[in-house]
Design a protein around this ligand. Structure first.
Ligand code: AMP
Length: 453
């Protein structure tokens, strides 16, 4: 097995790595660090949890501290673009950790907070700027940041940038960078738009691919529990109470859904908090801090807010709502079983989510072990629960299974229907089918179980 000391990193970096508690490089680190120290461009197919941040920050720190340079105001020497403020903040935290004793200057900028301190940091001169695309463009347009001195450019989580609609911002930022630079692009998946961006951006890149989504899940105990939508609250409470959970990260599709779960769990004396796009930066940071320190044991998050969350010790990931995009499932459950530990991923599947489950199982090439759950009437939930429970439809004889649409396809709707609420939007059980999904994509849910009344 390779050691960090084999990787030609400087003594100070090796000390910092040791202080971080890392013993051996992860596969992405072992493969990428030599390429990056040589100065080559890199296309990294890797997701959060693989150690990719250290893979690109360690060589970056080494290059920047090697090349002596007097810093110009508002002209960073390296730029790391990340899709969310959480991810950007975490990259900055890792820079602080790995860069100790190097006398380099870093700052992170993102939207949703005042720009004063960010502008001041840029004016003081920066070796490394970590930024989300929107705020960076904003500050560039105001003349607070120029990219003409950038020696190293990292585009992190490129596929997520695309999903979140940042690709046009990125296309505006790229031409402002100098032609001669080292460029790194990381993405968990390679949709055509990202492949074409990579082809334009990278110069003779080396490609490093680690743990593709279908194999990342091996250390995670996964299972699915079938239940009615209205029973999910109770099921969540049962999981939290009865499984030996340490820290539980719960994923919902909508911000509204996340808030309703917080209300329910708080009502049942389970301290928890939600993070999503409607929460202020301060509220999100506080929730994350309390979760990291174990003050609260349950954090409810939407996919976007949870993007890149790096919390050690998440013992359970609960997919309260199944994600519409199968890849998100892999991202979500990757929040547990980090740094060599085992973890549990429990997915709740209700009567509207069978197609989503099929897409996930196809992607991970695994049929998830299943259980059924039937709740009992509860005063704190205004249940519209029909009497018949929802059980694993796969356990039924073939002829009796519910009809479903082809995976990934929406049910056919006539032009007139397009403006009418979908079946799933008409649901009125608490926390379900209400509110918009956090992602700006239209969810592809909503098939009918034709033979179920
Ligand atoms: P990342 O994929 O960059 O988000 O990193 C995931 C987690 O792995 C972070 O908590 C890092 O602190 C941790 N990590 C990074 N490199 C190593 C390593 N070589 N050994 C153990 N943990 C690591």
């Amino acid at each position: 097995m390779q050691k960090f000391s084999d990787l030609k990193l400087h003594e100070q970096l090796l000390v910092n790595i040791q202080n971080a508690g890392y013993e051996t490089p992860t596969p992405i680190q072992a493969q990428s660090i030599p390429i990056l120290l040589e100065g080559g461009d890199l296309l990294g197919i890797a997701q959060t949890g693989t150690g990719k941040t250290a893979a690109f920050t360690l060589p970056m720190l080494q290059h920047l501290s090697d090349r002596n340079f007097s810093l110009g105001a508002c002209e960073p020497r390296a730029l790391i673009l990340a899709p969310t403020r959480e991810l950007a903040s975490q990259i900055k935290e890792q820079l602080d950790k790995y860069g100790q004793g190097l006398k380099l200057k870093y700052a992170v900028i993102f939207g949703g907070v005042g720009q004063g301190a960010q502008v001041a940091a840029l004016r003081n001169g920066l070796d490394i700027l970590v930024a989300t695309p929107g705020r960076l463009l904003d500050l560039m347009n105001q003349g607070h940041c120029r990219l003409n001195k950038v020696e190293i450019f990292v585009l992190d989580e490129a596929d997520r940038m695309l999903d979140m609609g940042f690709i046009n911002d990125i296309r505006k930022i790229i031409p402002k960078l100098p032609a001669k630079k080292q460029t790194l692009l990381f993405s968990a998946t390679m949709p055509p738009e990202i492949a074409s961006l990579a082809a334009k951006l990278l110069h003779q890149p080396k490609r490093v691919e680690v743990t593709p989504p279908s194999t990342t899940v091996e250390r995670i105990n996964q299972r699915v529990i079938f239940c009615k939508k209205a029973d999910k609250y109770q099921l969540l409470r049962k999981v939290i109470k009865e499984e030996s959970t340490e820290l539980t990260l719960v994923f919902t599709r909508t911000k509204h859904g996340a808030n309703k779960i917080v209300d329910y769990l708080n009502h049942h004396q389970i301290p928890c908090a939600a993070i999503h796009g409607n929460k202020s930066q301060t509220a999100r940071e506080l929730a994350l801090e309390n979760f990291k320190s174990g003050k609260i044991k349950v954090l409810i998050a939407t996919d976007i807010a949870a993007r890149g969350i790096d919390v050690q010790g998440v013992s359970h990931v609960v997919n309260y709502d199944l994600p519409v995009e199968a890849e998100s499932y892999v991202h979500r459950i990757g929040r547990t079983a980090r740094a060599g530990k085992d973890g549990d991923a429990i997915s709740f599947c209700d009567e509207t989510e069978n197609d989503a489950l099929k897409r996930i199982e196809r992607l991970i090439k695994l049929r998830l072990p299943s259980e059924n759950f039937v709740g009992v009437p509860e005063a704190s939930v205004k249940s519209t629960r029909p009497e018949r429970p929802y059980r694993d439809p796969r356990a039924l004889p073939r002829g009796q299974r519910p009809a479903a649409n082809a995976p990934g396809k929406e049910p056919q709707r006539s032009p007139r229907q397009e403006h009418a609420p979908r079946n799933d939007q008409r649901q009125t059980s608490p926390g379900q089918g209400q509110g918009k999904p956090e992602e700006n994509k239209k969810p592809k849910v909503g098939f009918k179980f034709r033979n179920r009344k």
